[in-house]
Design a protein around this ligand. Structure first.
Ligand SMILES: Nc1nc2c(ncn2[C@@H]2O[C@H](COP(=O)(O)OP(=O)(O)OP(=O)(O)O)[C@@H](O)[C@H]2O)c(=O)[nH]1
Ligand SMILES: [Mg+2]
Length: 342
């Protein structure tokens, strides 16, 4: 794994690096060596400078690594020069995130969306595609032998993108009709950083059995459950895909339809993991993504979760502090929701 620390003041390098490793983990790979270089800026050609690139190439070969994960975003040019030096496939953060999504997609729509995002990313970054991606290098962001046939690959990618877009369209039409039959109770959507505990909170509030796991992007497909708030009041609660800093644009575009569930929501419950010291940065990322999705105007309530893990309440006046795990604060959350929807 290769990372360049650019000393960016508004970001936390250690937190983002840990997050990157969690993604690698969720993709089913493990890091055998971490190469971190500190620089003021990225090298325009090699990302890390040609001498260092050579060193990394030797290290990957000596360690017998299957892949090189690169933490920083690369321009196509930087990727190509690095690829010439490094003999193993190079996987960047976007490819890694797309890979985790691909592993976790269950619904037909989810699978189509991820594949579409992967192909678009490959297309715009001139990454070749092998005959069968999943067979190569353990299936993680692999580039495959198709690399040398970039031209035919591009044509094939273009055709596949068209076919996928058509299939997605028909899946979506049937979903839209399904939604029409739903009741008139207000929709409340759980949004937030990945792994914050949205699905756990959903399970606690709606007595549902959504999949919960201590890894990024456990949830991909939205889940809606009618939820009783007490006092004969109901809402429809929606669990959604988690966000992450610099969520790849191709992914946001591909998941736009799924995220449309958020458009229909009367309230967004922003769930943050209070036990993570990095939660304010994560919450800011969520806000930025909601802004990009044109959802800033939606009523929003911040809910700090995992409060069982912290001894001191964070200084965020009036914010709800709950634990999906122990149930602490859940009654107060229900009461707040009842007040919102009289
Ligand atoms: N201690 C503690 N752990 C929690 C709490 N809520 C969730 N967790 C744990 O946090 C991890 C992530 O929980 P999820 O509910 O899957 O989180 P999520 O926000 O749905 O995550 P994604 O769907 O992956 O974006 C799991 O290991 C949960 O058991 C909580 O209140 N306290
Ligand atoms: Mg989830």
């Amino acid at each position: 794994m290769l990372a360049v620390d650019l000393y960016e003041k508004r970001r936390s390098f250690p937190a983002e690096l840990a997050e990157f490793e969690a993604l690698i983990d969720a993709a089913g790979a493990s890091v055998i060596e971490e190469i971190v270089q500190s620089r003021n800026r990225l090298d325009p050609a090699f990302l890390i400078g040609s001498g260092k690139a050579q060193e990394v190439a030797e290290r990957t070969a000596a360690l017998g690594a299957d892949l090189l994960f690169v933490f920083n975003a690369m321009r196509p040019r930087q990727r190509r020069t690095l690829e010439k030096v490094i003999s193993v496939p190079i996987v960047d953060r976007t490819m890694l995130i797309l890979d985790v999504f691909a592993r976790h997609a269950r619904s037909r729509e989810g699978k189509l969306q991820v594949e579409l995002a992967q192909l678009r990313y490959r297309q715009s970054n001139l990454i070749g595609i092998g005959a069968d991606l999943s067979r190569l290098g353990g299936g993680i962001g692999t580039r495959g032998p198709g690399e040398t046939k970039l031209e035919t690959d591009r044509r094939r990618i273009g055709e596949r993108i068209k076919a996928l877009s058509r299939s997605l369209e028909s899946v979506r039409r049937s979903r839209a009709t399904r939604r029409e039959g739903d009741g008139s109770e207000p929709i409340v959507a759980l949004v937030g950083y990945t792994n914050a505990g949205k699905s756990s909170l959903m399970n606690r509030l709606a007595r549902s059995q959504a999949f919960v796991a201590d890894q990024p992007f456990a949830t991909l497909d939205p889940l809606m459950r009618r939820t009783y708030l007490g006092d004969r009041r109901f809402i429809r609660l929606v669990d959604t895909v988690g966000f992450i800093t610099d969520l790849p644009a191709d992914l946001v575009a591909a998941f736009r339809a799924t995220l449309e569930e958020l458009d229909a929501a009367a309230l967004l419950l922003h769930v943050a993991d209070a036990s993570n010291p990095d939660w304010p940065r994560q919450a800011a990322s969520v806000d930025a993504i909601l802004h990009d999705l044109k959802l800033s105007a939606k009523p929003r309530t911040l809910v700090l979760n995992k409060c069982d893990l912290i001894s001191e309440r964070p200084h965020a006046g009036g914010t709800l502090c709950v634990s999906a795990k122990t149930g602490a604060g859940i009654d107060a959350l229900r009461a707040e929701l009842r007040e919102r929807f009289p």
